[in-house]
Design a protein around this ligand. Structure first.
Ligand code: ADP
Ligand code: MG
Length: 343
């Protein structure tokens, strides 16, 4: 039987002998960030993500964009916790020391580090296949971090931005050969010829996800739970409902889709990309009704799109309803590294 990454973590790593209670550890495995007590007022939020060429980004990806993406996806976990970035470390495995590649890659890192005030403080460098591991550290007022647990019946489900664009980019990459030309087996997802601006939109959404750090900080104290969308809405919201002991109901007609998605992706595939496609790095935010107006105003003041897409209900799992309220069966999974059909 195949094991998902979550099964492996539970079976081999998340046990009391390995994850014993250390000094100052307030929260360990299971959320977007671990939380460590710094002092009476603050906690340190920590998270790491590992990116491998050919798995998380296409072979031959533009190095500057890769540098941006590598740091951005890590900052997204701080955003999900409502933490303010402090610093990061970089573990880098590269096949060769190519100056042009390194200059471009570090330029990408520099851009994101400067924008989010998150300096590099250490790391490790080896020769090997191209892999990038980044660990980010952030600061959050003690007890105020947004967690996956905390969603209760009647709370409202919101997402930032638009969904499915990064998954459309991956479909696009698969439909191009190494020279960027369409292959004979063009992507079945994408209708007609893509307008250049739509193509750029999708590719930009994949390489330059926008970590919603300011949003996470703004909704602290009002939202009851949050997660960033790395594996796909169904999978990631699934973590929230599981951790919170509740279910969720989504209104498919409300899923926020970009203009590019509406114009280029065949209708029947849009909801699937938006629900199951990973790599969007938007936030899914759960809000008690009494805080909805304040949350909507706070996020609007940051010029960020926020869409109400559903509600927390009793029970378990995430159910999807069409515009007439009829349940729709959408494959309940995000990207899983160890599932058989992903190998
Ligand atoms: P995210 O998508 O937010 O980065 P993941 O789904 O990768 O989170 O991981 C879920 C949880 O499992 C997180 O709390 C993460 O820290 C933890 N985790 C992931 N891989 C490992 C590992 N190899 N050892 C211990 N904990 C892990
Ligand atoms: Mg996350």
């Amino acid at each position: 039987m195949s094991q998902s990454e979550f099964d492996i973590i539970e079976r081999y790593f998340r046990d009391s002998v390995l994850c014993f209670e250390g000094r100052g550890i307030d929260l360990a495995i299971g959320d977007d960030c671990a939380l460590l007590r710094i002092d009476e007022n603050d906690q340190l939020a920590m998270s790491m993500d590992l990116l491998q060429e050919g798995v998380h980004f296409p072979v031959g990806a533009v190095p500057e964009l890769l540098g941006q993406r590598a740091l951005a996806v890590n900052l997204s976990d701080l955003a999900a916790a409502g933490a303010e970035p402090v610093c990061f470390t970089l573990g880098l495995s590269i096949p060769e020391a190519c100056d042009d590649w390194l200059e471009a890659f570090s330029t990408g890192l520099r851009k994101v580090a400067a924008r989010f005030n998150c300096p590099l403080v250490g790391g490790d460098l080896i020769r090997g296949s191209l892999q990038i591991a980044i660990q980010v550290q952030g600061r959050v007022p003690r007890g105020k971090a947004l967690l996956r647990q905390g969603a209760r019946q009647g709370h409202q489900v919101y997402v930032t931005g638009t969904l499915g664009d990064a998954a459309a980019a991956l479909a696009l990459f698969k439909s191009l050969d190494n020279a960027g030309q369409p292959t004979a087996a063009n992507s079945p997802l994408l209708e007609n010829r893509l307008a250049a601006r739509h193509r750029d939109h999708f590719i930009n959404r994949f390489y330059c996800p926008e970590p919603r750090v300011a949003v996470g900080i703004a909704v602290r104290g009002m939202a009851s739970a949050a997660i960033d969308l790395s594996d796909g809405l169904l999978s990631d919201l699934g973590h929230i409902v599981k951790a919170s002991g509740v279910g969720a109901q989504l209104d498919l007609a409300q899923l926020p889709l970009s203009e590019a998605m509406r114009e280029c992706v065949v209708k029947k595939d849009r909801a699937h990309l938006a629900l199951c496609g990973g790599d969007d790095y938007e936030l899914c935010i759960i809000v008690p009704r009494e805080h909805c107006v304040a949350v909507e105003e706070a996020v609007a003041s940051l010029d960020t799109k926020l869409t109400l897409i559903g509600e927390i209900v009793t029970g378990q799992g995430v159910k999807c309803l069409d515009s007439s309220g009829k349940p729709v069966d959408v494959r309940q999974s995000g990207y899983r590294h160890f599932d058989e059909d992903d190998r």
